[in-house]
Design a binder for this molecule. Structure first.
Ligand code: ADP
Ligand code: MG
Length: 467
């Protein structure tokens, strides 16, 4: 007994020591600000070459850490203890004792379906608590889409089925989709809401084949009451996957289950659409979300400031809203950055500080969409190379491949022209970028692992809400 106690104390000490190592490695990679704000408060549960399990104080902290830091933590763990550790963030039951879990985190999530999921293997993505109708600011650009979403939430499976929402990156599609999910769950907690992305659907389908779980896959997907499918442009352009998507869609549609889809482009421009599916979508309701006008942008910033519990003078709100116009994610990131600067320097927000915060998003007088920076960062992390190597002239095979992946993803995920992308890579020409993208496409067709890697990265990035 005494021996056991000593052992467990030793174990605890060892765990704390490893936690210290991991934090300082994370600080090297992410900087002090991120570590102090987001990682320091986590509690270590298990830290070794197989698993990094950390306890977060609440769902918001967990979601944030999962979205932004998991890859870096895995990389840091790998460097410290070897192996290829899986990172899991769990919610601490009480503030003192984190609960270790060996199940995939997704089964412990609040998404309704997970609780009654016929199969944890095909669990949907949990809803983000932040994305509700209450926190959605309505303006000219999204009025119709928001009204359609509310109507659907009020009378699911009735006249507006399916609902198809489309619009550019960072304009609030995911937020609206999830708001519908929350609204329905609030009315009926037993409703089986499943939020998935095109990526998730694809990877669920592919693994159902690999693991011979086709039956389970179908049972899971066909038991959904409200199906939210985000970023359907990322459903793999392969006949098996498209076919399955169509069958799932049909089955749910014909039994009056509500389907809501979101995409960065209208149905007619989607590669995956065969006529029969396109007709179905076009016979439902389509709603476009446009870029928000200045007034809406200011209202969104105001709302964010309220949520953060800070007061920001109107002229500063105006200054930020005026500079960042076509991506709400970037708009919010600028605000969050300014607040972080204020709290680090212990000074009030000011026009100066706002200008400094905005500086991070402006290069050569042009606004840099955060997505490009985060794409480059994600690719560097994945391939274990530095940003200098990624954008510089080195031509090792590994680096060249990483560069091709980054160019390809930026082209897919942002609206940049080929020559603009070239500028991000040490002034490469438009044709070099085009060549790289085409080359990567060819490689992906030949190499299933590479194909999976690129799709996974793209899925993560598309999901990533930067705030
Ligand atoms: P998309 O899915 O279209 O790329 P998101 O739904 O992820 O965009 O939105 C990006 C960020 O902007 C999220 O943090 C979201 O909460 C916020 N956002 C977008 N539209 C609004 C809005 N109308 N009101 C408040 N926040 C918004
Ligand atoms: Mg989205």
């Amino acid at each position: 007994m005494e021996e056991q106690l000593t052992l467990s104390l030793e174990g605890q000490k060892e765990l704390e020591a490893r936690w210290g190592q991991l934090l300082s490695e994370a600080e090297n990679k992410l900087g002090r600000e991120a570590v102090e704000s987001w990682l320091r408060d986590l509690r270590p549960v298990q830290l070794d070459s197989e698993r990094i399990v950390l306890g977060a104080p609440n769902a918001t902290a967990r979601t944030w850490v999962e979205k932004r830091y998991v890859r870096t933590l895995a990389q840091a763990g790998k460097e410290l203890w070897g192996g290829d550790p899986i990172v899991e963030i769990v919610i601490r039951k009480s503030s003192r004792t984190p609960r270790p879990t060996s199940e995939p985190t997704s089964t412990a999530q609040p998404a309704a379906w997970s609780r009654t999921a016929p199969s944890p293997f095909f669990a949907p993505i949990p809803l983000n608590d932040k994305y509700t109708f209450k926190t959605y600011v309505v303006g000219q650009s999204n009025r119709f889409a928001q009204a359609a979403a509310e109507a659907v939430a009020g009378r699911p499976g009735k006249e507006f089925n399916p609902l198809f929402i489309y619009g550019g990156v960072g304009l609030g599609k995911t937020h609206l989709l999830q708001a519908i999910g929350h609204a329905l769950l609030e009315k009926n907690p037993r409703c089986r809401v499943a939020y998935v992305s095109g990526e998730t659907f694809t990877s669920h389908f592919v693994s159902s084949l690999r693991e011979h779980r086709e039956e389970e896959f179908r049972r899971s997907y066909r038991s959904i009451d409200l199906w939210l499918v985000d970023d359907i442009q990322f459903i793999a352009d392969k006949s098996g996957t498209k076919e399955e998507f169509f069958h799932t869609f049909n089955e749910l549609y014909l039994t009056n289950r509500q389907i809501i889809l979101a995409s960065d482009r209208p149905p007619r421009e989607l590669r995956l659409m065969e006529d029969r599916l396109r007709n179905r979508l076009e016979s439902g309701l389509m709603a476009e979300i446009g870029a928000p006008d200045l007034e809406t942008r200011m209202a969104i910033l105001q709302m964010r400031a309220e949520i953060e519990g800070v007061e920001i003078p109107p002229d500063i709100i105006y200054q930020i809203a005026r500079t960042v116009s076509d991506n709400i994610r970037v708009l919010e990131a600028a605000l969050v950055r300014m607040l972080a600067l204020a709290s680090l320097n212990r000074c009030p927000v000011s026009a100066d500080l706002a200008a400094r915060a905005l500086g991070a998003f402006v290069q050569d007088g042009q606004l840099v969409a955060i997505s490009e920076l985060s794409i480059q960062r994600a690719v560097c992390e994945h391939f274990g190379i530095t940003p200098e190597e990624l954008t510089g002239p080195k031509r090792d095979r590994h680096i060249t491949l990483a560069r091709q992946v980054a160019m390809y993803l930026i082209r897919e995920l942002s609206k940049k022209s080929l020559s603009d992308i070239g500028q991000l890579f040490d002034g490469k020409t438009h044709s070099t970028v085009l060549y790289s993208c085409n080359k990567l496409e060819t490689l992906m067709k030949q190499d299933a692992a590479l194909d999976a890697t690129v799709r996974e990265l793209r899925g993560k990035l598309a999901q990533q809400a930067d705030s």
